[in-house]
Design a protein around this ligand. Structure first.
Ligand SMILES: Nc1ncnc2c1ncn2[C@@H]1O[C@H](COP(=O)(O)OP(=O)(O)OP(=O)(O)O)[C@@H](O)[C@H]1O
Length: 469
């Protein structure tokens, strides 16, 4: 094989030199004589196999030799293979994003468009792309890092460091972004940023719209004042949906303080249909477990221990009543020592379905989702009658094992068959970093940053115009 590869390269370089010596001969050569030199006799699938072994760099070089090599090398399957071996675990996400998200106008992609996609071009563009900064600033925890990295570089407790609501929003944001860039040890002016917008001011009212606009403006102003060259700001729910390789569906984010149920059609939040919000989140879950542990004489020093036990031992029961009859003891070695939990393990997650267990008069998560689905159905939007049947979970607390299965079961029993048939509840595809991963997908696109980002100049011009009007 090594000999074969050497011969291939020799033939290619021979051909290149003869081509550059005589251009009229080149035309003749391509059209009539052996266009691939001594490899002409080999079937093209074998040649593709050889190219696979040569790798992307050498294959790209071969495509410079002549038209015939270029045509052979441009094989889409070959470059799909190179994309796959480069990031085997994310290949599906790359395919999804390159077919559905390359333009920021998130219209449904036509089949013909998919066929036009040149994987060689996609590969080359992605290689050339400098890494972007990815910041998902959650209300509890901020995840930040690089688009070319597998996962966030770090997490910081947003609520502890930046949670002072009395501070004017602009200075809080400046401090927040300066801290993130400081921790990443990078100059803000060196690269574009993809930043998440929190899921808040959900309503379809003018005042909520104005608040959303104000928040986005404040985020962009803070970043541009720090000389970031271009900014892409997208809401967390849409990013979570992208992370699950979907452009339409219902994004359910179990956040730090609240849970939001967000209908999204072709990447756009359907505020007219309605976003449901339940006042339950990570804080309530931890608080509930703490109470249960205290009631059951399980002594701990730090709330951090309770949070760790929640993450390591808690789960959602498929059938709450049946679970009570089982032996559910399990232990975990925390920093403070060894803890054994039993019923607390599934009682904690149960508050999502029965909020009254923690003294809250609110809808259960399944009810909020069913209500949202019902609104989607009644709205009769152009997306058809199925787009809202895909439900994507996100947020750290949505990582509780068993949550997706239980939700699916509850939705089936709440909804009539024409609405529940085909329901799919997808667990957080990238755990607590789901929205971050969605933003990473955007920051890694072959077309990034152009269609997704606003440059400093564009932003300033738009702000000036807005002020005039
Ligand atoms: N495997 C897990 N099981 C249960 N809870 C988890 C798990 N992993 C993380 N969490 C919890 O998730 C919470 C943090 O969630 P997340 O990072 O989604 O918050 P956030 O993004 O700041 O919230 P928001 O969406 O409101 O901005 C923490 O309380 C943490 O304990």
């Amino acid at each position: 094989m090594a000999m074969l590869l050497r011969k291939l390269c020799e033939s290619a370089s021979l051909k290149r030199s003869s081509n550059s010596n005589n251009s009229s001969e080149r035309t003749h050569h391509h059209q009539h004589s052996a266009p691939l030199g001594s490899f002409d006799s080999l079937p093209s699938d074998l040649l593709i196999k050889i190219l696979r072994l040569l790798g992307p760099k050498h294959s790209a070089k071969l495509s410079l030799v002549c038209k015939s090599w270029r045509s052979l090398v441009s094989d889409n399957e070959l470059w799909a293979h190179f994309l796959q071996i480069q990031q085997p675990q994310h290949y599906d996400s790359i395919l999804f994003s390159e077919t559905n998200l390359t333009s920021s106008y998130r219209l449904p992609v036509l089949v013909t468009q998919t066929r036009c996609l040149s994987f060689q071009h996609v590969y080359a563009q992605r290689e050339r792309l400098p890494a972007a900064v990815i910041i998902d600033g959650g209300s509890g925890y901020c995840k930040f890092g690089w688009s070319k990295h597998e996962r966030p570089l770090d997490r910081t407790a947003t609520f502890l460091e930046f949670g002072n609501v009395e501070t004017p929003i602009y200075s809080r944001l400046r401090h927040f972004f300066a801290t993130v860039y400081g921790r990443m040890k990078v100059k803000p002016s060196s690269q574009a940023v993809v930043v998440s917008l929190p899921i808040c001011h959900y309503d379809d009212t003018d005042s909520a719209k104005a608040s959303r606009h104000q928040l986005k403006e404040a985020i962009c102003t803070a970043l541009f004042d720090m000389n970031v060259p271009s900014v892409c700001a997208l809401n967390q729910a849409t990013l979570a949906l992208y992370a699950a390789k979907q452009t339409s569906g219902i994004a359910v984010n179990i956040g730090f303080q609240v849970t939001s149920v967000v209908p999204i059609l072709n990447g756009k939040v359907m505020r007219k249909v309605g976003v449901e919000v339940v006042g339950l989140g990570a804080l309530k879950l931890t608080g509930f477990l703490r109470e249960k542990m205290q009631q059951n004489n399980l002594h701990f020093e730090s709330l951090y221990t309770v949070r760790t036990l929640k993450e390591k031992l808690c789960y959602v029961a498929f059938d709450y009543e049946a679970e009570k009859l089982k032996d559910t003891h399990a232990s975990f070695e925390a920093v403070e020592g060894r803890f054994t939990l039993s019923e607390e393990r599934f009682q904690t997650g149960e508050i999502l379905f029965q909020p009254r267990l923690c003294g809250l008069r609110a809808m259960g998560l399944h009810q909020a989702i069913a209500l949202c689905m019902d609104h989607c159905y009644s709205a009769e939007l152009a997306g058809g009658s199925d787009w809202f049947k895909t439900i994507v979970l996100s947020g750290g607390s949505a990582c509780l094992p068993g949550l997706a299965e239980r939700l699916e079961k509850e939705l089936h029993s709440l909804l009539p068959p024409h609405m529940s048939n085909g329901i799919r509840v997808i667990p957080p595809p990238h755990g607590a970093d789901t929205a971050w991963f969605g933003a990473k997908l955007i920051g890694s696109l072959s077309t990034f940053p152009a269609p997704w980002c606003t440059t400093k100049k564009q932003f300033r011009q738009k702000s000036k115009l807005n002020r005039k009007w």
